[in-house]
Design a protein around this ligand. Structure first.
Ligand code: C2O
Ligand code: CU
Ligand code: CU
Length: 464
């Protein structure tokens, strides 16, 4: 057990709801079900007028932050107000497979006008997110992505809790959507958005107590962009990745690289009243752009990052490395670029540019007895595995595994203490992760650059 920090004991109670967070929060255990209504919305994203053709999880627009508590059952009712099928997936949460939200693999899709009930108990605290798992190239691109905060069973002593959803929208100069992707980009790094936002706002200004300790939750929900982030005007420590606490707070890397699907929790020490902390990212041109600003307000709280204790660990035991079986996964080109005809379900695209172990994913479709979906690998429940992942292309691939925690291994296969659900493999990089096959079911394994996922870089791993 880490030494308990006196300041944490003396610290003020967490004031998540009291602070001016940019986004409405819903949820909280016994408060009854949470309602989500995926459907069309219009919203003034740019401050220059309404963007038409957006999709939101509530009629107001910006998807609410869902706040749950570790170990407390949650119920979420999803009323599909779209004119197409959808599902909701709870990214990074280790749930029973029938709650995982993958069309046909784990549930029947939610038809237009239908309501579907999800029920689960979050096993892990941390920062997660929710999004459809159907026609994601449209549905996420048009706005369907929101954050989930799972509070620790024991409250943590931060003075404020800010959740920042970082993403682009692909808009023209008139603030309206332009073509969501270009096939030639799909075969390369993916199609970048044009307007970068935080919580559906361009460069919002948030507030937090001067001299206070802020839990800053950063989540990249973009369909394509690997964000290279930097923070100016405050000291900060990295305390969790993909919702999973680090064994000890770490110096914030410069830049902090967060790829589609990934999250980072920071402990941020706010400066004196009136001063500002700026979160920026580097555009591919190298130009830096401010994403959001946090202004220090009120009487100084005089907190410190010295002796900051780690967050309490989640129940993600280290796999048995000595007895783990090794499995290889190669992410590469597709042997041929043509797509099987899956009938156009869930926004299937007519291209297969990418593959895992040379097999491009067939696409989301109702099961076809003539062509049953084959798992990439079948793991035995309760056993440990080391997945060796190789990116043999020059593009970035944030590789995401549902349902199972990936323990990132370092040199000579030693654990790094990082537990992730999305591992970024940059150009020609490889990585090893250890996985304990403790959750039975079919778990999707895919690149979270959605154009790559939709054009073949996907598959599933079976735990039986
Ligand atoms: Cu964020 Cu398969 O999903
Ligand atoms: Cu996921
Ligand atoms: Cu990819």
């Amino acid at each position: 057990m880490p030494m308990m920090n006196r300041r944490r004991l003396l610290g003020t109670a967490m004031a998540a709801g009291a602070m001016a967070t940019a986004m409405r929060a819903v949820g909280g255990g016994a408060a009854g079900p949470i309602f989500l209504t995926p459907g069309p919305v219009r919203f003034d994203l740019t401050g220059r007028g309404m963007t038409e053709g957006m999709m939101g999880f509530t009629p107001e627009g910006p998807p609410p932050v869902i706040r749950l508590r570790q170990g407390v059952p949650a119920e979420i009712l999803v009323e599909n107000r779209l004119e197409e099928i959808t599902t909701v997936h709870w990214h990074g949460m280790r749930l029973p497979v029938d709650q995982d939200g993958v069309p046909w693999l784990t549930q029947m899709p939610i038809g237009a006008g239908e309501t579907y009930r999800y029920r689960f108990t979050p096993p892990d605290a941390g920062t997660y997110w929710y999004h459809p798992h159907c026609n994601t190239l449209e549905q996420i691109a048009r706005g369907l992505a929101g954050l989930i905060v799972v509070e620790e069973a024991e409250p943590q002593a931060f003075d404020a809790d800010l959740a920042l959803q970082i993403r682009d929208f692909r808009l023209g100069g008139d603030g309206q959507f332009i073509e969501l992707y270009k096939p030639r980009n799909m075969a390369r790094g993916g199609t970048l958005g044009t307007v970068s936002t935080v919580n559906w706002r361009v460069a919002p200004v948030l507030a937090a107590p001067a001299g206070g300790l802020v839990r800053l939750r950063l989540a990249v929900t973009d369909v394509t962009r690997v964000y290279e982030l930097s923070l100016a005007g405050a000291e900060a420590a990295l305390i969790a990745l993909d919702g999973q606490p680090l064994p000890a707070p770490e110096v914030l890397p410069v830049p902090l690289v967060l790829a589609p699907g990934q999250r980072a929790d920071l402990a941020l020490l706010m400066p004196a009243e009136g001063q500002e902390v700026a979160l920026s990212f580097a555009r591919t041109s190298g130009k830096s752009e401010v994403l959001a600003t946090v202004r220090a307000t009120g009487a100084p709280l005089g907190r410190s990052l010295d002796g900051l204790a780690p967050l309490p660990p989640n129940p993600t035991p280290l796999p048995d490395l000595a007895r783990a079986e090794r499995l290889d996964f190669t992410f590469g080109w597709s042997p041929d670029g043509t797509a099987p005809d899956t009938g156009g379900f869930c926004g299937d695209v007519p291209y297969r540019f990418w593959s895992i172990n040379r097999v491009p994913y067939a696409g989301d479709a109702p099961p076809d007895p003539a062509r049953p979906g084959r798992p990439l690998a079948t793991l035995t429940r309760g056993r440990s595995y080391v997945l060796r992942m190789l990116n043999e292309t020059q593009n970035d691939h944030p590789i995401h595994l549902h349902g199972l925690a990936m323990h990132l291994l370092g040199p000579e296969g030693r654990p790094t203490g990082r537990v992730q659900d999305t591992v970024l493999l940059r150009s020609h990089e490889s990585a090893e992760v250890a996985v304990l096959a403790d959750n039975p079911g079919d778990w999707v394994f895919h690149c979270h650059v959605i154009e790559h996922q939709k054009s073949g870089l996907a598959g599933f791993i079976r735990v039986a």
